[in-house]
Ligand binder design. Structure first.
Ligand SMILES: Nc1nc2c(ncn2[C@@H]2O[C@H](COP(=O)(O)OP(=O)(O)OP(=O)(O)O)[C@@H](O)[C@H]2O)c(=O)[nH]1
Ligand SMILES: [Mg+2]
Length: 298
């Protein structure tokens, strides 16, 4: 079953979190995209199989949603979502237009976070654009291309090489050698090992991306659904309300709030209210990960 199909409903989150899948040609980017989205995309054993970026919306896994749905006996879950872009492969000289160069780089400019797929798997039947398996060399190529492009960019706000990044080492545990892990640790970049041929580790990737962007979820509940809303950590209640509906920020009065765990312990919203567990929070309240909110607005 594709990961996206685990949820009954996939809402369109107001806060759009976009993730670009980046890397050399033929390293498994489209394979990852297909695993994440369940969409049929062109996967081929030759470089530049992908030209225009594929786009797919993927729910952010959050085990708390299922628990809340069971407690509250409502029908639907609307998870937070992220948008994945499967971008064309990058080669040496991309910054000067080699390969699908500039097109590729402009697509990266539009995403919030980069997932860099690095080939570690050994398979002679899959061609490598460079000679032989050398993950550190491959990471250096990508890094250099992004930095060279940045140097000629007038806009210093959107620098490609400064975007939050997660490295996905595509291969089995045996394929991923110690020196590769040590290298990535030394450049302070989060990484995961995922054997895309065996469909491992993909869920972890989305959670990691969420954390890398410093995002948390708060929840809303109504008689038919439990919904997750992604916000930046440190967001105050009125701005969080504004994610639900832009009017709610302006007309915010108070937020009724309870941490999801406390709601579980209480046995439901009305029980929590009876026992005085629902807090009334004002405009300065900083929403916490896992808060369940009901916004009072004028
Ligand atoms: N053995 C093995 N093959 C893989 C793995 N991941 C991807 N492949 C194969 O590698 C080839 C390239 O995969 P794609 O997902 O199309 O690669 P890509 O990075 O999207 O390539 P471009 O779009 O050309 O840049 C395909 O034949 C895949 O089946 C893996 O983990 N192990
Ligand atoms: Mg591809």
């Amino acid at each position: 079953m594709c990961f996206a199909c685990m949820y009954a409903t996939v809402g369109i989150g107001i806060m759009k979190v976009s993730i670009g899948i980046v890397g050399l040609p033929n390293v498994g980017k489209s394979t990852l995209f297909k695993l994440l989205t369940g969409r049929k995309v062109h996967i081929a054993n030759y470089p530049f199989a992908t030209v225009d970026p594929n786009v797919g919306v993927v729910p952010v896994p959050d085990e708390r949603l299922k628990k809340l749905v069971d407690l509250l006996k409502v029908e639907n879950i609307t998870p937070a979502v992220v948008e994945f872009y499967d971008i064309a492969g990058l080669v040496k000289g991309a910054n000067k237009g080699e390969g699908l160069g500039n097109q590729f780089l402009s697509h990266i400019r539009n995403v919030a976070v980069i997932v860099e797929v690095v080939r570690c798997f050994r398979d002679d039947s899959v061609a490598h654009i460079e000679s032989g398996i050398d993950p550190i060399r491959d990471m250096d190529i990508v890094d250099l291309e992004l930095r060279l492009k940045d140097e000629e960019s007038a806009e210093k706000e959107n620098l490609l090489s400064k975007k939050p990044k997660i490295i996905l080492l595509n291969g089995s545990d045996q394929d991923v050698l110690k020196d590769v892990k040590e290298h990535i640790r030394s450049i302070n970049t989060p990484f995961i090992v995922a054997d895309l041929a065996k469909v491992d580790g993909v869920e972890q990737l989305i959670k990691e991306a969420f954390q890398r962007l410093n995002l948390i979820n708060f929840f809303t509940i109504n008689p038919t659904e439990v919904r997750a809303w992604p916000i930046k950590r440190g967001t105050k209640a009125p701005q969080a309300a504004g994610v639900i509906h832009s009017d709610f920020e302006r007309s915010f009065i108070k937020a009724e709030a309870i941490h999801w765990k406390e709601l579980m312990n209480a046995g439901g919203w009305s029980q929590a209210r009876k026992t005085g567990k629902i807090r009334l929070e004002g405009k300065e309240y900083i929403v916490e990960d896992g808060d369940v909110l009901f916004i009072r607005h004028g």
